[in-house]
Design a protein around this ligand. Structure first.
Ligand SMILES: Nc1ncnc2c1ncn2[C@@H]1O[C@H](COP(=O)(O)OP(=O)(O)OP(=O)(O)O)[C@@H](O)[C@H]1O
Length: 264
């Protein structure tokens, strides 16, 4: 693509975070987040890396509208101030949120019902989403009858069925073994390529962030602020076998590792 073509592509801002800080008043006023400013365009996949306790989850919860930033800060999603949770935004946490006495299918349906999706549309979306998440054969299983990877796929299904424009992922595969995690990352990437949502992912893995993202934001030690906004110019579609073999992949991982003072 020439520079002229690139300039012609219209980018819409999906997430805008401005002057956003957070001090928790409990526990003697913990300053969890220093001033944070960044924006994410529609359809971008952006990851956040940072040391433990630097405020990543706090930032994600502010973007989700679950908690409010200190006075002076503002977060907008597609132009709307995030003063509470909106149906535009779906959040997946490290631990799933399924009702243990309901089946996988019932749990996914319930999430759509709560979001106000019409019954006929729920039927249609369930049949679309279960095969994509490779859960068709397990639709009548209960959460305790699933592997950890299946449970997190089902949790993702509970969010995807609501068709959020923005997907916020807080270490959704963090508790899984490395192999399952790699497989789910590939599936997540495939889903994102199909659905083209805007994704903000928190991860502790530098390699995962580089493999998945268009941009990686690096946060400082607590109280967190953004110290690096790195564009990842690796071609898409990405494939774990070929992408991770590229010299550029290793260079990104190395640069981010040095910034964070660790290897990966
Ligand atoms: N509800 C709360 N009340 C008081 N302090 C809180 C609250 N939530 C988070 N904190 C504090 O804010 C700081 C940032 O926490 P946060 O969970 O955002 O960090 P994190 O970067 O996501 O950490 P990790 O990588 O370990 O999950 C920590 O010092 C934490 O103890």
């Amino acid at each position: 693509m020439t520079g002229g073509d690139a300039g012609a592509v219209r980018t819409e801002t999906a997430i805008q975070v401005e002057r956003t800080a957070k001090t928790f008043r409990s526990r003697n006023g913990v300053r969890a987040l220093d001033q944070v400013d960044f924006s994410i365009s529609r359809g971008e996949f952006v990851s956040i890396l940072g040391p433990s306790g630097c405020g990543k989850s706090t930032l994600l919860r502010i973007v989700a509208g679950l908690i409010q930033p200190d006075a002076g800060g503002e977060v907008r999603v597609f132009g709307h101030a995030q003063t509470r949770m909106s149906s535009d935004v779906g959040v997946v946490f490290q631990t799933h949120n399924m009702l243990p006495w309901e089946t996988v299918e019932a749990n996914i349906r319930l999430a759509a019902e709560v979001a106000g999706v019409a019954p006929a549309e729920i039927d249609r979306r369930v049949e679309q989403i279960l095969p994509v998440l490779k859960l068709e054969r397990f639709r009548r299983n209960h959460p305790h009858e699933l592997s950890g990877g299946m449970r997190q796929r089902a949790a993702l299904g509970q969010i995807l069925i609501t068709h959020p424009k923005v997907l916020l992922l807080d270490e959704p595969f963090g508790a899984l073994d490395a192999l399952t995690r790699d497989q789910l990352n590939v599936e997540l990437l495939r889903l994102w390529q199909e659905m083209r949502q805007t994704v903000l992912l928190i991860t502790h893995s530098i390699a995962e962030a580089v493999f998945l993202s268009d941009r990686v934001l690096v946060m400082s030690e607590s109280p967190g602020r953004i110290v690096e906004d790195m564009r990842i110019d690796l071609p898409r579609p990405r494939d774990p076998r070929t992408t991770k073999e590229q010299a550029a992949f290793g260079q990104y991982v190395g640069r981010l590792g040095r910034l964070m003072g660790v290897g990966d």
